[in-house]
Design a protein. Structure first.
Length: 97
């Protein structure tokens, strides 16, 4: 990210790190998996797979979204603070919802 911020990166890095660990920060992580269809996985196997992923094992993380819910003028608003994808998974539709 230093390339994006140039000489201001040392200051911006501190801000980014603070945003990342703020209690209101929420994350969605994207993992790269094999080609197995969800329909082909038994409920028990899927549960075990999800448990393994939460423990940090398994398929590599290829992207994440950092977001927050904030109340502004009595309206709940969702803000996306960061969206990062590994180069090899970009332009595959993951950024769409």
């Amino acid at each position: 990210m230093e390339g994006l911020y140039g000489s201001e990166w040392p200051t911006e890095e501190k801000v980014k790190r603070g945003e990342m660990v703020a209690p209101e920060a929420r994350y969605i992580f994207v993992r790269e998996t094999g080609n197995a269809s969800v329909d082909e996985i038994s409920p028990k196997a899927e549960e075990e797979l999800n448990c393994t992923r939460w423990m940090g094992d398994g398929d590599p993380v290829v992207g994440f979204v950092q977001y927050r819910f904030i109340v502004e003028e009595e309206i709940l608003v969702a803000y996306v603070y960061e969206l990062q994808l590994e180069h090899h998974v970009q332009e595959k539709g993951l950024e769409k919802f």
